[in-house]
Design a protein around this ligand. Structure first.
Ligand SMILES: NC(=O)c1ccc[n+]([C@@H]2O[C@H](COP(=O)([O-])OP(=O)(O)OC[C@H]3O[C@@H](n4cnc5c(N)ncnc54)[C@H](OP(=O)(O)O)[C@@H]3O)[C@@H](O)[C@H]2O)c1
Length: 328
């Protein structure tokens, strides 16, 4: 085991990509029910740089310096006391506990409870894209919108906004496994890609109909998986079916007020703020879908750890198509 490992960290709030420092620090040690992995790939999420910006202060980071990065894929090096499901040599994917951080480093500690085995034949980069983005898409569709991925549910019309992004591109593919009609919004350059992921109709978000979220075939949505930011309730409302729900994965103060208002007035149309609650069983389900060839990770770009700040800048830029991967 190496005495020091390469890692990327920052010392305080703000500063963007240029505040990321390349350091050599001792590798972490797994405690009870934890696993030490050697990373093969990680993926960047907007969550990572939002934490750096201080959007989750005072909760996160718990202390500085902080090694960011939650989504990891790698090989088990050491199973800590009490770990039952994993042994050295296993290939895994997991979410690093964001309170402790640690994903942008050669070695990371992960909790057994949010780790899933990955078949060695699936590239690490493909699995590293899954944790936050695909789990969020899964939770929004299955738990909040009531979609059954085996296609047995009642027919539903779904809108996925920002369908070319990390969460959106998984949401389109997962939604189509259910009994659904999927409308999606994205930029003009991604219309063909989003169609190829399975969307039944795709709208350019920069056109008037796109801005109004109007279905080209005039359908009303039973659920909106809202992955783009912004949009007021008055834009969603005329496009919803009588019991339509907007599942907002980036809720602002205004959406929390709408959520509360809709609840207290017993409105049949609802706004549901979503916060990811990661579950290993859902990560296992997603990996099985990748293995069966039913779900794929679209990779926007790949960077070595030595260029992690470029991956960070790419995510802040807001124009990723699928997932941004860091390789080790
Ligand atoms: N609540 C949670 O637990 C949770 C979990 C995961 C993510 N999130 C949040 O969800 C949001 C999306 O995350 P992500 O990883 O999917 O982001 P992302 O990958 O960075 O999204 C980038 C994509 O969004 C597209 N886009 C931007 N604005 C759009 C619009 N108005 N209409 C249609 N497409 C638009 C961009 O297309 P162009 O390049 O064409 O503009 C780009 O392809 C972020 O705010 C993130 O923080 C929340």
């Amino acid at each position: 085991m190496a005495k020091l490992m390469r890692a990327v960290q920052y010392d305080g709030y703000g500063g963007g990509p240029s505040a990321l420092k390349h350091v050599e620090v001792p590798p972490p040690t797994p405690n009870k029910n934890e696993i030490l992995i050697k990373l093969e790939a990680a993926s960047i999420n907007p969550f990572d740089w939002k934490v750096q910006k201080g959007k989750l202060r005072p909760l996160l980071p718990r202390k500085f310096p902080y090694i960011p990065g939650t989504d990891v894929a790698g090989e088990v090096i050491e199973a800590g006391p009490g770990v039952k499901k994993f042994k050295p040599g296993d290939k895994v994917t997991a979410i690093v506990d964001p309170f402790n951080g640690g994903g942008l480093a050669e070695f990371a500690v992960i909790k057994e409870s949010i780790t899933a085995l990955r078949p060695p034949e699936i590239p690490a980069s493909e699995c590293a894209g899954l944790p936050v983005a695909a789990l969020t898409a899964h939770q929004a569709l299955v738990q909040s919108a009531g979609i059954k991925l085996d296609g047995t549910g009642q027919r539903k019309n779904i809108l996925v906004t920002a369908a070319s992004g990390g969460v959106g591109h998984y949401a389109v593919q997962l939604a189509k496994m259910g009994n659904t009609h999927v409308t999606a919004t994205c930029g003009a350059r991604n219309l063909d890609l989003v169609k190829s992921l399975g969307a039944d109709e795709v709208i350019d978000y920069k056109t008037p109909d796109g801005a109004a979220l109007k279905s080209p075939s005039g359908l009303k949505y039973d659920a909106v998986i809202h992955c783009a930011e912004g949009f007021s309730w008055s834009t969603f409302e005329p496009n919803l079916s009588s019991k339509g729900k907007v599942i907002d994965i980036s809720p602002r103060v205004s959406s929390m007020i709408t959520f509360a208002l809709k609840k207290v007035t017993f409105s049949s149309k609802q706004l549901v703020p979503l916060l990811l609650i990661p579950k290993a069983e859902n990560l296992e389900c997603l990996i099985s879908l990748v293995k069966e060839g039913k779900l794929k990770t679209v990779i926007d770009s790949k960077y070595p750890l030595s260029k992690a700040e470029e991956a960070w800048a790419r995510s802040i830029d807001g124009h990723a198509i699928g997932k941004i991967i860091v390789e080790f």
